[in-house]
Design a protein around this ligand. Structure first.
Ligand code: V47
Length: 380
């Protein structure tokens, strides 16, 4: 498939050369990849870049997600998870005890967890001390368990509520046990579109600044892009390049997760041409272009909850190297119509990876390798 003459016919000669030599692509080249009529040609380049970094290894994590509340002051138009007020139907806030009970049950059934992923809405009156105490109690009860918690949007919200800097918030949470931050809330950085879909949320500058502050404190973070809604290819490329620029400066992004927009129960209605079966192909293409443009971010996640358990492993052939994990309970995607299960077993995740021709690697929250299962199946 990696035939120079074929890429020349597609008008992608310089991209082909750069990918094979491991050189950086320009934004216009990212755009050309989004517009290329042959998705498999784009995928083959992304596979090359992915295998250069990770060979045929594919990562997963034994984790538990906890959403502590869905009450949120941001009112993002696309979000089906949020409730605007604490007394709205379906609104919830978990107590510390609820969270610890869920964790105990998860550890009892899932052997040993290697990541606890905690995120929630921006609640109008949970003070920073509530989160510090939560982290301390989790750390006391589960000292081995790496805690990945709070997006840059939540950090910015805690800082505004508390009247202290985002840096101080990060330092206090780090003291209490935070080791890693998830990448949610980035949505799409373009200011004009952000003003339409999430006008009250921390803006692009704040999101990137908080990520950089976390990196400077030694907290690794992830990053995301919500796509497949109203954004153009130009806005996707702009988003990816802003992440790449930030990474050049502060270097702490570990994994990028492209999140395909799920439409159910959302107030954001899509035009006719944006819905339909071609969306799966667009997801594979977006994974591939992300792998090719984000030359300085080590991992690309095909999040099986949002992409679905059939398409996510296919994305391993299009540049992704991680599928996320066992999860156990997920709300954000499921309230927006995700038809995937709530969780997968270790066996199911490993089989998914093996059947796709890759070698499963169990990792923890910060992507430290814990164990590798030898592949028994022939690779296509
Ligand atoms: O911030 C909200 C997105 C994110 C919808 O860092 C939606 O390892 C699709 O960020 N359709 C939360 N997406 C999930 C997230 C995440 C998940 C797994 C791992 C990591 C990580 C991060 O989900 C939100 C928002 O960008 N989202 N609504 C929707 N209807």
């Amino acid at each position: 498939m990696l035939d120079a003459a074929y890429y020349a016919d597609l008008g992608l000669s310089s991209i082909y050369d750069k990918v094979l030599e491991g050189r950086r692509l320009e934004p216009e080249e990212g755009l050309a990849l989004f517009r290329c009529p042959d998705l498999t040609a784009v995928g083959a380049l992304a596979l090359h870049a992915r295998c250069r970094r990770h060979g045929h290894r594919a990562f997963y994590v034994v984790n538990r997600q906890i959403n502590y509340t869905n009450v949120c002051v941001n009112g993002c138009v696309f979000c089906a998870f949020r409730r605007d007020h604490a007394d709205d139907p379906g609104a919830f806030v978990l107590s510390h005890e609820d969270i610890l009970t869920r964790l105990r049950a998860a550890e009892a059934s899932a052997l040993r967890l290697d990541e606890l992923h905690i995120v929630g809405g921006c609640h109008p009156n949970l003070p920073l001390s509530w989160f510090e105490e939560l982290l301390r109690r989790v750390r006391a009860a589960h000292p081995h368990l790496p805690i990945k918690a709070f997006t840059p949007v939540e950090i910015e919200h805690f800082s505004r509520l508390e009247g202290v800097s985002t840096r101080t918030v990060l330092e206090r949470l780090q003291q209490a046990g935070l080791v890693m931050m998830p990448g949610g809330g980035a949505e799409i950085f373009d200011e004009e579109l952000r003003a339409r879909i999430c006008p009250h949320k921390a803006d692009a500058t704040a999101w990137l600044r908080v990520s950089g502050e976390a990196h400077s404190l030694g907290i690794q973070t992830n990053c995301t892009m919500l796509f497949g809604h109203l954004e153009s290819y130009e806005q996707r490329v702009d988003h990816l390049c802003r992440l790449r620029d930030q990474q050049d400066k502060t270097g702490g992004f570990t994994c990028f997760i492209p999140l395909p927009f799920l439409t159910e129960n959302s107030r954001l209605k899509l035009p006719e041409d944006k819905v339909g079966p071609q969306r799966g192909l667009d997801q594979l293409r977006t994974v591939a272009v992300s792998r090719l443009l984000l030359d300085n971010i080590p991992h690309i996640k095909a999040y099986w909850i949002m992409m679905g358990p059939k398409l996510a492993p296919v994305a391993l052939w299009y540049g992704a190297d991680d599928l996320d994990g066992t999860i156990i309970e997920e709300r954000i995607g499921h309230m927006a119509g995700a038809s995937s299960a709530q969780g997968l077993t270790i066996h199911e995740l490993e089989q998914m990876i093996l059947r796709s021709g890759f070698t499963p690697v169990r990792r923890n929250a910060t992507f430290t390798t814990l164990s590798e299962t030898a592949s028994t199946e022939a690779r296509p």
